[in-house]
Design a protein around this ligand. Structure first.
Ligand code: NOJ
Length: 579
């Protein structure tokens, strides 16, 4: 156990900080310019010192890498680019020794077109049981030469690819001319979740990794597994850009079908079986791009997923009313089903917060403040690698772009490479300690990242890394952050977000009993912590009696009156009546 960390009990996932490792870009252990399991293993102590509870590792399974591993050809083996099963086992054991939980990605919406089941489907031909494991259909129009419906791929272009008869036959010689559905790239055919063999395949996958000891899974595209059975046209034609994330209103037949919940009820029973055997929770966290909070809550009913990603904050503009609404909606919906709310400001698919919030010093300042707020909210936070360093989005030159979205969008979307640039660990030039080898990192790192390396920040008291590390330590230590209680503070200016966290919902602000013990960060055991964030353009003066425990920027505070500069967040502990 870590000294000073509170034991959150069995249900750690209800108030955890989960660090997302985008494996290609985290740390390269073998010098080939690509992150890998050995690189993760070597940096586990960094993550422990940062203070996260768990890591989620993006796919490292055997894959042709058409979508950087989200196209899985063998989900029960490690791709040689990332290591092997022995390396995985060693990494997992070391993570556990350090007190870190490990979540892996499971990708149930689609496989790779190189998956043996898809190759068998192509070879077997129309009407075969093999084809029924995927979504093959005849085309429309003369000779079936038009796609079966008007659906589009999330990456751009049609969601259908034709095999044979002028289409890609993937080397099978198939001349039947049927089409198959792929909500993402053509190399990612969608499974047919109405076929029981698909359920069996995923039972096998889940059990394979659970038997190796993982703590659970992040479920890719959890809201997409089932499609409306007739695969009817979307009503509005093809309205979406490749960057649109919430798609269920415009594409009602493709996302968030009620039938999907049976899959997760079944998966939950599989994970619960493991938990019952040894008392260690196994956790399912769904990637659920569902905008309606009530529909989102359906995924985390007591017998389904443990966590559903809620993207309300991530998609909110820099405005206090918008943030208040997103927070209230997120908390309200999850409360109704007894599940914790999750928060995320970023992941490997979206523009990094520093850039989203305006870029440059303003963006950096806002991103620091935003993280302090997200860390003060009840529930579980998913922290994307590099956000603890305040990394901005990189404008990767067109010739270096590797995301399939760039090509498939006809070069209208730059794709997601800009948030996936390999991390700067140390040194003053690329590869910044990311890689020890002669091979260049797989995406170019900007020269000015010399000022953002982890090694350069670790001893700088004003750095983003030290701020976030401190925030994590305080969050883990203070009773106020342990419970699920949040009270918004009335009477603060419109452009100020203000709420209290308390250990229990009972006593009013500042009147709770004194806590007996201190903690490792020396901030006392105050029962209430107030979090404030100013999104105003001028300084705000706010009255909050207490003690300043953390601020994203320097502030003036006399224990009562706080001058809060723009784009700044603070945590203030209510003064203990006992002193
Ligand atoms: C969501 C993942 O986060 C993204 O990176 C991937 O491209 C799609 N799912 C398809 O698997």
């Amino acid at each position: 156990m870590r000294a000073g960390r509170r034991d959150h009990g069995d249900e750690w996932w209800r108030h955890a900080v989960v660090y997302e490792i985008y494996i290609r870009s985290f740390a390269d252990g073998n010098g080939d310019g690509l992150g890998d399991l050995a690189g993760i293993r070597a940096r586990l102590t960094y993550l422990r010192a940062l203070g996260v509870d768990a890591i989620w590792i993006t796919p490292f399974y055997r894959s042709p890498m058409a979508d950087h591993g989200y196209d899985v050809a063998d989900p029960c083996d490690v791709d040689p680019l990332f290591g092997d099963l022995a390396e995985f086992d060693a990494m997992l054991a070391e993570a556990h020794d350090l007190g870190l939980k490990v979540l892996c990605d499971v990708i149930p919406n689609h496989s790779s077109s190189e998956h043996p089941a898809f190759r068998a489907a192509l070879a077997a031909g129309p009407g075969s049981p093999e084809r029924d494991r995927y979504l093959f259909r005849d085309g429309r129009g003369p000779g079936g030469s038009e796609p079966p419906n008007n659906w589009v791929s999330v990456f751009g272009g049609p969601a259908w690819t034709r095999v044979g008869a002028g289409g890609a036959d993937h080397g099978t010689g198939d001349g039947t001319g049927q089409w198959y559905l792929h909500l993402f790239a053509p190399e990612q055919p969608d499974w047919n979740w109405r076929n029981p063999q698909v359920w069996d395949e995923y039972d096998r996958v889940l059990r394979f990794w659970l038997d190796r000891g993982v703590d659970g899974f992040r479920v890719d595209v959890a809201h997409g597994l089932l499609k409306e059975p007739t695969l009817a046209d979307h009503p509005g034609g093809i309205p979406l850009t490749p960057t649109a994330m919430f798609r269920e209103v415009a594409e009602p037949g493709a996302w968030d079908q009620d039938e999907v919940h049976a899959v997760f009820q079944h998966w939950r029973s599989v994970l619960d079986e493991y938990e019952r055997a040894d008392g260690r929770p196994r956790v399912l966290a769904g990637e659920t791009w569902v905008a309606d909070p009530r529909r989102l809550a359906n995924y985390v009913r007591p017998d389904e997923l443990h966590l559903a990603f809620s993207f309300g904050l991530l998609t909110s503009p820099w405005s206090a009313p918008a943030w208040k609404e997103a927070i209230a909606a997120g908390l309200g919906a999850m409360e109704s089903v007894g599940a914790p709310t999750t928060w995320a400001l970023a992941n490997h698919d979206v523009v990094r917060p520093v850039t989203r919030y305006g870029g440059g010093p303003v963006g950096a300042r806002r991103a620091r403040a935003a993280l302090l707020v997200a860390l003060a909210l009840p529930g579980t936070l998913f922290l994307y690698q590099g956000d603890e360093l305040g990394l901005p989005q990189v404008d990767v030159p067109p010739a270096e772009r590797r995301d399939p979205m760039w090509e498939r969008s006809g070069h209208t979307s730059p794709g997601r490479d800009g948030c996936r640039v390999p991390l700067p660990w140390s040194g003053d030039r690329s590869p910044f300690g990311f890689s020890g080898g002669a091979t260049e990192p797989w995406l170019p790192q900007p020269a000015d990242w010399a000022s953002l390396t982890a090694a350069g920040q670790v001893d700088d008291p004003l750095s983003t890394l030290v701020l976030i590390r401190g925030a994590l330590a305080i969050r883990a230590a203070l009773p106020a952050f342990a419970g699920g209680h949040l009270r918004s503070r009335p009477g603060t200016p419109t452009e100020c977000l203000a709420f209290d966290r308390t250990a229990s919902p009972g006593p009013p602000v500042g009147s709770g009993p004194p806590e007996a013990s201190g903690n490792e960060v020396g901030v006392g055991g105050s029962p209430t912590v107030t979090c404030l964030l100013s999104m105003a353009v001028d300084d705000l003066v706010v009255t909050v009696p207490g003690r300043l425990i953390l601020a994203s920027e320097p502030v003036a505070y006399d224990g009562r009156s706080l001058v809060l500069p723009p784009d700044t967040a603070v945590w203030i502990a209510a003064e203990d009546p006992a002193g």
